[in-house]
Design a protein. Structure first.
Lengths: 55, 246
């Protein structure tokens, strides 16, 4: 596959796209583990949500 | 199961947990097929190999607009029915839509330099797309800086509805004004003007990116629901401590 005389622009476009999407995925994964960890800590200390207490 | 059941955050989380692995798998498979087709796609007779940038740029542009459309529908849910899940959906779409709009702007510039001879011109399509990105930043600022989440949600919902005016401007800018940006070539009266050898990989990449958007959106919504639970539990804990010390 030849990218021709403008290969730099094509490679840069794909690199930027991969970088932005990778950053987005990393943020989502890290945020999920952070929220799960905090929730786990609160539940360990016996803090429950109102809806849990009713159930 | 009635559709209304999805509006229950706990039930929604259960469904998301079941659906996400399948969505991730489908997204990955489509990207593998899409990249294979992109690598083997022929050069365009005018653009040469830079047409490969279009396989990123076009889906990113669609999803940048799709994200705002989603936020506008969610805004109605927030303002009219005051449903918290609608606000969660709107807030979660904002960073993803902003990311795709940013990709659209950058890849467009990188395509424009070798094709038009410039990274940027202030034509109607490019400018309205930049306005969309700035609107996304505005909504994110409203969500992330509001001390009281409900107030931030209402302000962001109003901005989402007002900003929706920009969507038809983006779409029809190439028809209403004389722009350097080419007119619609995929969805237009009389069918697509793109050769199937380029159109097929473009559509596969568009579906792959759309699945990625939906996957990320569900994942961000799940995070937001958990964040709200954390906030609510912390408030209850603080209330209990205050009552105990009183």
């Amino acid at each position: 596959m030849s990218l021709g005389p403008h290969a730099d622009f094509i490679v840069a476009a794909y690199a930027v796209t991969i970088f932005v999407i990778a950053a987005l995925i990393a943020w989502v994964v890290l945020d999920y583990s952070t929220q799960r960890r905090i929730l786990g800590g609160l539940e360990e200390r016996g803090v429950t949500r109102r809806s849990q207490r009713k159930g | 199961m009635p559709v209304i059941d999805l509006a229950n955050p706990t039930r929604f989380l259960n469904i998301v947990n079941r659906v996400l692995p399948w969505l991730i798998a489908a997204t990955l498979i489509l990207f593998v097929i899409g990249f294979y087709r992109v690598m083997n796609a022929p050069d365009d007779y005018q653009q040469g190999a830079t047409v490969k940038i279009m396989f990123l740029h076009v889906p990113a542009a669609w999803l940048g607009m799709f994200g705002w459309g989603l936020m506008s529908v969610a805004a109605l849910g927030t303002l009219v029915w005051r449903h918290p899940l609608a606000d969660v959906a709107g807030k979660s779409a904002a960073p993803i839509g902003a990311a795709f709009t940013l990709i659209c702007l950058i890849t467009g510039s990188l395509w424009g330099r070798p094709t038009w001879g410039t990274y940027w011109v202030w034509d109607a399509r490019l400018t309205s797309m930049l306005v969309l990105f700035l609107l996304y930043l505005g909504v994110l600022a409203l969500y992330w800086t509001a001390e009281e989440p409900g107030r931030g949600a209402r302000a962001a919902a109003v901005l989402s509805l007002v900003g929706a005016v920009n969507l038809p401007i983006i779409k029809f800018s190439v028809d209403w004004w004389n722009t350097l940006h080419q007119p619609a070539s995929v969805f237009r009266m009389g069918g697509s003007s793109i050769d199937p050898a380029l159109l097929t990989p473009l559509l596969i990449m568009a579906v792959a990116f759309t699945l990625l958007f939906l996957t990320l959106h569900l994942a961000v919504m799940r995070n937001e629901i958990l964040r709200r639970r954390v906030r609510s539990m912390r408030l209850q804990q603080a209330q209990k401590l205050a009552e105990a010390s009183a």
